[in-house]
Design a protein around this ligand. Structure first.
Ligand code: PAF
Length: 284
């Protein structure tokens, strides 16, 4: 496996691979890889000739006071894990090269990014779409792989790809969970053992929502209330949002019908975690 840090080298590598007719799969990450990322690498491996994993903690998607400065990293471990999962290249550029002095061009999705996480992190998705477009232009992937845990991010990237006619196929893979249901996230690293126990309330409350829906409840307000009650009962948990929305538009749903996303963001202590559940209620 090769480690490339230079942007023009990465682009030259990809141009040459494409010249040989190779299909490139890209897994964009911020590093500190876990099974969720590795499931994306394996999917990319199965469908591509060349698999590139980018590792770049992107400063523009962090707001003031967020965890940019302490985002966990372990490049040596990431290299080993990525290689074992089938990566051919790790692309690990510096922030100075990605955002040179005077950088002033951003890509902004203007509708979907105003919902859910966009409300409490107003510049987050602009940072994500900007860096993802840059990565697409550098790595030239045929397909790029994202996790469903960041459901809103995946939707926004798909919208960007459609709106800007980017020749990249977007693959979104299921959330990978710990045995007790906690969705894997590099940020789980921040949790103390006690907080780690409390963090299971995110998935627990989604399961509770699914149970209510299974028993016939269709009123979003009732389901939301049950989810919020459960989260609020967990020690240090503080709700950022609990939303029940149409999966395609992210508009609030009142009655559950069609493709629904139940999405939540919860602070456990200082750590902000997200999770979601997608439901298809079209059979009614
Ligand atoms: O999901 C992430 O890890 C990041 O938002 C991404 C897509 C790598 C962009 O920095």
């Amino acid at each position: 496996m090769e480690l490339i840090t230079d942007i023009s080298k990465m682009q030259a590598f990809s141009l040459s691979a494409k010249g040989e007719g190779k299909r490139i799969g890209l897994v964009p990450t911020m590093g500190y890889l876990h099974e969720g990322h590795l499931s994306l690498v394996r999917a990319a491996r199965a469908a591509s000739d060349t698999v590139v994993v980018s590792i770049f903690v992107n400063p523009t998607q962090f707001g003031p006071g967020e965890d940019f400065d302490r985002y966990p990293s372990d490049l040596e471990r990431d290299k080993r894990l990525a290689e074992e999962a089938g990566a051919d290249v790790i692309f690990h550029p510096s922030a100075g090269d990605m955002y040179p002095q005077g950088f002033s061009t951003y890509v902004e999705e203007t509708k979907l990014s105003k919902h859910l996480c966009g409300l409490s992190r107003p510049t987050h998705f602009r940072g994500v779409t900007t860096v993802v477009l840059k990565l697409f232009n550098i790595v030239l992937p045929d397909a790029a792989y994202f996790g469903q845990k960041d459901a809103q991010q995946a939707l926004i990237i798909k919208r960007m790809v459609r709106d800007l006619n980017l020749p990249v196929r977007i693959e979104v893979l299921p959330i990978i969970r710990e045995e007790d249901g906690l969705a894997l996230s590099s940020r789980n690293e921040y949790l103390s053992p006690e907080q780690r126990g409390q963090a299971t309330v995110l998935y627990g409350s989604l399961v509770q929502a699914a149970r209510l829906i299974g028993s016939g409840e269709r009123k979003a307000s009732r389901i939301k209330e049950a989810v919020m009650d459960m989260i609020e009962s967990a020690g240090e948990a503080r709700i950022d949002y609990v939303s029940i929305v149409n999966r395609d538009t992210l508009d609030d749903a009142e009655e559950l019908r069609g493709n629904i996303l139940i999405a939540l963001a919860v602070f456990i202590g200082k750590t902000r975690l997200i999770d979601n559940l997608e439901l298809n209620l079209t059979e009614e």
